[in-house]
Design a protein around this ligand. Structure first.
Ligand SMILES: [Zn+2]
Length: 891
């Protein structure tokens, strides 16, 4: 018999839900059973129907659906659907009714139940120890599209509604949600917790946590109650994050000229969490080591990280939660802004940390990812919901924040801040697209922001600006910078800034075409006058002081290639210490990238690196160290016999800093010295400096005797762990066993993280295989495996790849398609550097790829091919081994 009604197939394969019904208010009741790890619930959704419909289509996933009914507000008549279909592929729940529901308002009631999953998404379980007994608590992670795993809902950011949440939970546990508790009712060993109704918000920001916590609280100057929830007995560890959050609320209230929109803000550290933190409205959830700060066990780096993360999440309460992106295409608006603003706020609270210089590390990561052919535009079309997870990447966060920085420095602080405030007020409680923000900025500044910014957000990639000086004319040419060397077609409107001989002597203009030029005679005249150069021209004096730096302070998201003369003058300027830390960073980063792309020789990069020998700025040296790591890896593949000489050369470059700083901290020393000490000794340990190994081993042995030894601070422990793991082999594994014991006994998450990061540093593939098995065992929380994979030694990359292939089904099954999963791919696949390996990886994944990691896999394979090409280029520089030998012997 033919179907009478239109088939429900019409709703399949769509990116977004049909628009005939929109939620206005959710009344959600959840009952949690933390022993059986199940939940059941009922949701009543007040709906507005824009037209008569026989269907209601909403999202649901991995839920069992019970009774469903719809009551129209007009006649209160209850009707039940004739058909209830859950479609796992499209993650939708389709309710079909015999008679069309009338246009107007009504309430849909759905009963449902589900399991608390172990995948760290939706409403999930996380294990904790309570007096030696393993128990479970429950937490939520809904962004991007997992509210649907907890309750049936219209799970799109633009479909904002109010939420009234009620929880039935065990009496002894703390229950938290977005809003303050209205009342609690006891019923035997269960309590029912009623929360106040929320303002308009998106489903991905709804949150619930039920567990055992201790808390601390403070109140902001505006009377907002802020609390941190920590594991029992560890509330002291929440003090620092609480302080930062209070400052953040006060600061953003001033900056945006919009008060914090909710009556309270809670921050809670849960034992298992996939990401770093999540900005749920009024209830920020953190992984423990992104919020808890132990004065003795935490490092300076961690303290800074906790600050930046808290600043980021609190910024989202405005940028993201109050004004929300209309669709995931615009998620960069959330992430780019929260990232940018978190640096502004951290700089305000701790100016001595100089985080704006450190911001360049973020930009560098965005520049790197975005120079891949398999990158994506900041504004990216999202077709399948499960692909959204992949755009929470360096392009959305780091490039996003960098192009904001570029625009902000072009427009100036005051106009920028005023525009953001207008934007916030105009779109409060609503949704906005990228162009809405540009419209406000254009109105406030008078600059055509939309045209300018479209070139940065609607196309992937960025330009390389080649600069030539001809007399007093500077010539510019832009071309897309692609690491693989292929020519890209992109064209940008580039805010070019430049200075000559001094930061006082500046010029700026917009380069809108492929080529452009500018007369800088005025800068030359001013320069000559300042030096008192005569008609006869004191050429020596001129040469000594003359330099031109493009992209002042690296505020633009592009790279620069100078002609040979300009490049040589810049090297002199670095040696004479005429340049800012940001510019020194930028010159190194650009040269490194040009070298990877085959546009510059490795020998010229090595020459440049030598110039940074006396550098003391933390961020500049830290970048230098990163370049050293990278070059050692690639050089090892090109000239393996001579790689020890290269390591020795880098050791020579880094030793003066190590001698200056020493292993032990000095009371009251600058924060940045502490950061640098940790990184310098880690690098020396990695490169195999004998003296560092000796010292590190001695200090490690003191740690084994006394875990509070003054010889090894939290900030230098990682260097010692690397040193002992680099000496670990199957035949010599005592220190490895000791590290495992420290891991097992550690009572802070920071210590566990530190150890996990370096266990796989052993050069022995057999040990690394053992470590990989350990990482996926019950001894390591799922959330923590990411630390372990990032530290796999180069010597063991082949063993790690074999391990991944051998265990693929197990890994896929255990880690599913979450954010953690991509770490297996990027850390194990990307370290290779030959085309044969790239082919092998492609073949293995030919029928194993899923939307959750497809882009990451493609990027990883592309990186292998880029390195393969780089290795070939380096091999052409036949004289390199001799040069490196000379450099190494210089000391
Ligand atoms: Zn964020």
């Amino acid at each position: 018999m033919a179907e009478k009604r239109p088939s429900i197939d019409q709703f399949k394969g769509r990116t977004r839900l049909p628009t005939f019904a929109a939620p206005r208010r959710y009344d959600l009741r959840l009952k949690l059973d933390l022993v059986a790890c199940r939940f059941s619930g009922v949701v009543r959704v007040a709906l507005a129907l824009a037209e008569a419909t026989e269907f209601l289509v909403l999202n649901a996933l991995e839920l069992a659906i019970g009774d469903v009914c719809f009551a129209s507000s007009a006649d209160h008549k209850e009707v039940r659907p004739c058909d209830v279909v859950l479609d796992d592929e499209d993650e939708i729940l389709v309710l079909a009714f015999d008679e069309a529901l009338c246009c107007g308002e009504g309430v849909l009631t759905v009963e449902f139940s589900g399991m608390l999953n172990a995948q760290l998404k939706g409403l999930y379980k996380c294990a904790y120890m309570d007096g030696g007994e393993k128990k479970y608590m429950a937490a939520t992670q809904f962004e991007a599209v997992d509210a649907r795993r907890c309750f049936p809902c219209w799970d799109e950011p633009a479909l904002k509604a109010t939420f009234q949440i009620t929880l039935d939970v065990p009496l002894e546990l703390t229950a938290l949600s977005n809003m303050p508790i209205l009342q609690e009712k006891l019923n035997g060993d269960i309590k029912t917790v009623y929360f106040e109704e929320s303002p308009m918000m998106s489903t991905y920001l709804v949150a619930v946590v039920v567990g055992l916590f201790d808390s601390l609280e403070e109140t902001t100057a505006d009377g907002i109650r802020v609390r941190v929830y920590c594991p029992p007995g560890k509330s002291d560890n929440g003090k620092f994050a609480l302080h930062v959050a209070v400052k953040a609320l006060e600061l953003y209230t001033r900056y945006f000229s919009v008060p914090y929109p909710l009556p309270k803000l809670d921050m809670v550290a849960v034992p298992e969490f996939a990401g770093g933190a999540m900005e749920n409205y009024g209830l920020i959830i953190y992984r423990e080591n992104e919020m808890l700060h132990d004065e003795l066990q935490s490092t300076a780096a961690k303290k800074q990280r906790i600050t930046v993360v808290a600043m980021h999440e609190v910024a989202h309460q405005w940028f993201g939660n109050l004004v929300t992106m209309e669709w995931w295409t615009h998620v960069w608006l959330n992430e780019g802004f929260a990232t940018w603003v978190s640096y502004m706020a951290t700089d305000n609270l701790f100016p001595e940390w100089k985080v704006w210089t450190q911001f360049l590390q973020q930009t560098a990561s965005g520049l790197h990812t975005d120079s891949l052919e398999k990158s994506h535009p900041i504004e990216v079309e999202i077709i399948h919901a499960r692909a959204i997870v992949e755009i929470f990447d360096a392009v959305s966060y780091e490039k996003g924040s960098a192009v904001i920085q570029m625009l902000q420095s072009y427009l100036g602080d005051a106009i920028f801040q005023k525009s953001l405030s207008s934007y916030m007020k105009r779109y409060a409680w609503k949704n906005a697209k990228t162009e809405d923000l540009w419209t406000v900025l254009t109105e406030e500044s008078g600059v055509e922001v939309t045209n300018l910014m479209d070139t940065w957000t609607k196309q992937k990639g960025y330009p390389l600006i080649s600069v030539n000086l001809n007399g007093h004319i500077l010539k510019f040419e832009q071309s897309q910078f692609v690491l693989s060397g292929l020519a890209g077609e992109g064209l940008w409107i580039v805010p070019i800034t430049l200075c000559l001989g001094s930061y006082e002597r500046q010029k700026k203009f917009l380069l809108k075409t492929r080529c452009g030029e500018i007369d800088i005679s005025d800068l030359f005249n001013s320069f000559s006058n300042s030096l008192g150069l005569s008609e006869e021209n004191d050429l020596e004096k001129f040469k000594e002081h003359f330099w031109i730096k493009i992209n002042i302070y690296q505020s633009g998201f592009y790279r620069v290639k100078y002609d040979d003369k300009l490049a040589a003058q810049l090297i002199k300027a670095i040696e004479s210490n005429y340049l800012s830390a940001t510019d020194k960073f930028g010159i190194m980063d650009d040269t490194h990238a040009l070298c990877q792309a085959g546009k510059q020789s490795l020998s010229s990069l090595l020459t440049l690196m030598g110039v940074y020998r006396k550098e003391t700025d933390y961020t500049v040296v830290s970048n230098l160290i990163d370049v050293c790591y990278n070059i050692v890896k690639i050089y090892d593949d090109a000239f393996q016999d001579s790689v020890d000489n290269l390591r020795q050369h880098f050791i020579n470059i880094l030793l003066p800093s190590a001698e200056r700083l020493g292993w032990e901290s000095v009371s009251g020393e600058p924060h940045l010295n502490v950061l640098l000490r940790g990184e310098i000794f880690m690098a020396l340990a990695s490169f195999g400096d004998e003296k560092t190994h000796e010292d590190a081993t001695k200090r490690f042995e003191s740690l084994l005797k006394d875990k509070n030894t003054p010889l090894l601070s939290a900030d230098t422990k990682r260097a010692a762990y690397i040193a002992v793991m680099r000496k670990t082999t199957v035949a010599s594994r005592n220190y490895f066993e000791s590290l495992l014991s420290i891991y097992r006994e550690a009572d802070t998450v920071q210590e566990k993280e530190r150890i996990l990061r370096h266990l796989a540093a052993s050069p022995d593939p057999e040990i690394v295989r053992e470590v990989l098995n350990f990482l996926v065992s019950d001894e390591v929380r799922d959330q923590d495996i990411i630390y372990g994979f990032s530290g796999i030694s180069l010597e063991a990359r082949e063993a790690a790849w074999k391990w991944l292939k051998d265990n693929w089904d197990f890994i896929l099954n255990k880690y599913g398609t979450g954010v953690l999963f991509t770490d297996f791919i990027t850390n194990i696949v990307a370290p290779f550097s030959s085309n044969e390996k790239a082919d092998e990886v492609e073949a293995f994944f030919a029928n194993r790829t899923t939307p959750a990691f497809a882009m990451n896999l493609k990027q990883s394979i592309e990186q292998i091919r880029i390195k393969a090409r780089w290795v070939q280029n380096i091999k052409q520089e036949e004289f390199l081994p001799e040069l490196v030998k000379q450099l190494a012997s210089k000391g």
